[in-house]
Design a protein around this ligand. Structure first.
Ligand code: FCB
Length: 442
């Protein structure tokens, strides 16, 4: 069986962590949290497998201490988690739910007591329904609403956080949710997408400004990337791949680091962006202390008939995970080297998510997820290759600590290092958890 490269194979001080997000694990039915657009999206037939919601999820809301014990016992240095906007502000604005804020306060203290660095993401997708009613990410005011939420979190937790990123994977919040319609709010509209994507950038920059003003440090961003490859060596495939890559991989990082949007995206977005969008770049380019990369897979791209962007995702030859995602660790080294060269320079990089879905089952109380161990080993080796090539990669977070609510896949896409029985809610560390624990020994 493949072994994971040990901690000693990485530079001194390289950080290892596990990642989760609020709606996917907490149980949004508890503690006075307000309704979110994920609840309503899931309540609409056909959007989520089995119409499952995050109402109970892993019940982390009540079991957080046991879960943090698992993080600490594995030998991780840090824990990446998120705050639910609707738990803290049930209406998205206005009155705070004190129970919600207290929950995150205890969680942060619980992390520090266990010697874990709290790595916070402010928004990991559960927009309060009351704000969705006002147009959600399509409404420019969302940047201000998000700034206000950010200030509340900063004032309560800011003195104890190790790092903060405003928005998890803006591509998913923008394109996947407003153009492809596969995540909440489930729109398929180019104008909604252009505006949402611009407002995401503006909200990101606004939040960074608020955090700096509140004296919170070590601020970054977390974006997702795919290794985009032409399905065939034809001019049409190359053109489609360039466009796909601009939308997926370049839009947000180019906005944040270079203060512009890629030409290939403006081809489609220009008529739809909100008036005066160019004037927002001074806010959007607020300097960052680090940049986070979520990486899972490669994509084979070809042309498609129809209006812009005219791209199609085609099947590739490599082995796939349980969700059909191609396993391509070399893609990670490629991306790291490319992003550092073209955008981030000397800014420290972190892998803020990486992992795989598998059909994990318990047998006699054990879960032997050898495929996940091989996946993690190959991707950690890809990190080492990038470091050897000079990339200032400073840490790696595995997605995810627990099996959880995998969005439109419901509870079927199991990504955890720890198996969760969604009936009894019992946690059972998988073989991958034990392998990481061994690799992290000092
Ligand atoms: C990422 C999300 C995370 C999880 C993984 C599998 O896109 O950030 O919440 O769903 O994919």
């Amino acid at each position: 069986m493949t072994a994971l490269p040990p901690r000693q194979a990485f530079p001194q001080g390289f950080l290892f962590g596990a990642a989760t997000s609020s709606y996917q694990i907490e149980g949004h039915g508890f503690g006075g949290a307000g309704p979110t657009h994920w609840d309503t999206f899931a309540a609409t037939p056909g959007n989520v497998k089995g119409a499952e919601t995050g109402a109970r999820a892993c019940d982390h809301y009540h079991r957080w201490a046991e879960d943090l014990d698992l993080v600490a016992a594995a030998g991780f240095d840090s824990y990446r988690f998120s705050t639910s906007w609707a738990r803290v502000l049930p209406e998205g604005r206005g009155a705070v739910n004190p129970e919600g804020l207290d929950f995150y306060d205890r969680l942060v203290d619980g992390l520090l007591e266990r010697g874990l660095k709290p790595a916070l993401t402010l928004y990991h997708w559960e927009l309060p329904a009351a704000l969705a009613d006002l147009g959600g990410w399509r409404n420019r005011d969302v940047a201000q609403w998000f700034g206000d939420f950010t200030r509340i979190i900063a004032q309560r937790l800011g003195d104890r956080l190790w790092s903060v990123a405003p928005i998890n994977e803006p591509w998913c919040v923008g394109w996947l949710s407003h153009f492809l319609g596969l995540h909440a709010p489930g729109l398929r509209d180019i104008r909604a997408t252009a505006r949402a994507m611009h407002h995401l950038c503006l909200a990101h920059g606004t939040a960074i400004g608020v955090l700096r003003a509140e004296g919170v440090g070590n601020l970054g961003a977390v974006c997702n990337f795919e290794h985009a490859l032409p399905a065939e060596d034809s001019p049409e495939c190359h053109l489609a791949t360039r466009r796909y890559d601009a939308i997926f991989n370049r839009f947000f990082i180019e906005a944040m680091f270079q203060g512009r949007y890629p030409e290939e995206v403006l081809e489609g977005f220009s008529p739809h962006l909100p008036k005066g969008w160019e004037q927002d770049f001074p806010t959007i380019t607020a300097p960052l202390d680090w940049f986070g990369i979520n990486y899972y897979t490669a994509k084979r791209i070809g042309p498609a008939a129809g209006p812009w962007p005219g791209t199609a995702e085609l099947p590739g030859p490599l082995p796939k995970t349980a969700l059909g995602w191609e396993i391509c660790p070399e893609g990670l080294s490629h991306l790291l080297i490319r992003l550092q060269r073209d955008y981030t320079g000397a800014t420290p990089l972190y892998i803020t998510e990486n992992g795989m879905a598998a059909e994990d089952r318990l047998r006699d109380g054990h879960c032997l997820d050898a495929d996940r161990i091989a996946y993690l080993a190959a991707h950690l080796q890809a990190c080492r290759a990038a470091i050897a090539a000079g990339v200032p990669l400073a840490g790696y977070y595995a997605w995810s600590l627990l099996d959880n609510y995998e969005w439109a896949e419901g509870y079927s896409g199991r990504f955890g290092l720890v198996h969760v029985d969604f009936e009894s809610l019992q946690r059972t560390p998988k073989a991958s958890y034990h392998a990481i624990k061994k690799a992290l020994e000092r």
